[in-house]
Design a protein around this ligand. Structure first.
Ligand code: GYE
Length: 311
């Protein structure tokens, strides 16, 4: 079964729309911001949001989705922690004619099994980071260490592939170590400590590429504790554009980040509203914008602006 139009009636009949949201957890500042924004967007629109925190476990997400289906919610939002293993539960939602919208991460399942996905082009983000590094080192030899996101998650897979594409033409740049830091600050620091130790105290590392800002912030701490200057001795490029990385950019301790909006729920709720109103089928992928920020892009101003926004 695929997402049908019958759920239109269900949502239209009840005065209030109820949406279940299965969130991954709170591994990063970006994730926390997405949760906040999703709750705000629901409230603004008068949507009742059933929030479920999976604490990083797919089995908890699948259980949450099953409980949303059993309750008969009007729609489901899910940020899938990993890409595989969703077919059965998505089929169950489709059987129940409950539209599912993916937020910020993708699944390997057939697109027929969800209404739409809201997210950035994760490969593009990695490519932008890689291309930035190619320019920054201008032909000089550069040994890169990479902190990957959660193993098996679409951003970890795609941001790795994208970065490799971005540096593909540059023989002077080489990824010498690559390991997961699970998108967390704590793991970013621990894994960076191991990288530094393995690479001559850090002297042999030219740049760090982290799949998110939180891991970069943890790694920056490790670099400082190793007696090196992040942003100078070791270049730091990451993804998300959370307030803390703008602070690091302003302090010269990070070099570049690729912005990812935490407002995935706004476009998701817009698509659901149109779908419930008259059956309008959204595009299968609603792409949010990505842009690069460097130390030259007024990081202090960006920090202030992001602080004011709350993310
Ligand atoms: O970049 C990271 C996180 O799924 C794209 O998940 C998202 C990533 C985001 O926790 O910080």
């Amino acid at each position: 079964a695929s997402v049908g139009a019958l759920s239109l009636c269900a949502a239209a009949a009840s005065a209030q729309t109820t949406v279940g949201f299965s969130q991954i957890g709170s591994e990063s500042g970006w994730r926390a911001a997405e949760t906040t924004v999703t709750m705000q967007e629901a409230e603004t629109r008068g949507i009742t949001l059933q929030f479920s925190d999976a604490q990083q476990r797919q089995e908890n997400q699948i259980a949450a989705l099953r409980s949303f289906i059993a309750q008969g919610v009007d729609a489901i939002l899910v940020s899938p922690v990993v890409a595989t293993g969703w077919d059965s539960v998505l089929e169950e939602a489709a059987e129940a004619e409950i539209p599912v919208v993916l937020l910020d991460r993708m699944v390997d399942s057939s697109p027929d099994l969800y209404l739409t996905a809201v997210g950035s082009d994760l490969v593009h983000e990695g490519r932008v980071a890689g291309e930035w590094l190619v320019e920054a080192v201008a032909g000089e030899p550069c040994r890169v260490v990479e902190l990957q996101g959660t193993t098996g998650s679409s951003p970890a897979i795609d941001r790795k592939a994208g970065f490799e594409e971005g540096i593909a033409g540059a023989d002077n740049i080489e990824i010498v170590r690559s390991q997961t830091g699970d998108f967390t600050r704590a793991q970013g620091k621990t894994v960076m400590e191991a990288f530094l130790q393995a690479e001559n105290g850090g002297a042999d590392i030219c740049a760090l590429y982290a799949h998110n800002d939180d891991m970069a912030v943890g790694a920056i701490q490790a670099i400082k504790e190793a007696g090196l200057v992040p942003g100078e001795d070791i270049l730091v490029v990451s993804i998300d554009a959370v307030p803390d990385i703008f602070q690091a950019l302003a302090a010269g301790e990070a070099n570049a980040t690729v912005e990812l909006t935490p407002n995935m729920a706004g476009p998701a709720f817009d698509a659901l509203a149109a779908y419930f109103a008259d059956g309008t089928m959204p595009e299968k992928f609603i792409q949010t914008e990505s842009r690069l920020f460097t130390q030259a892009d007024d990081p202090q101003g960006e920090y202030d602006r992001h602080k004011d926004l709350g993310y």
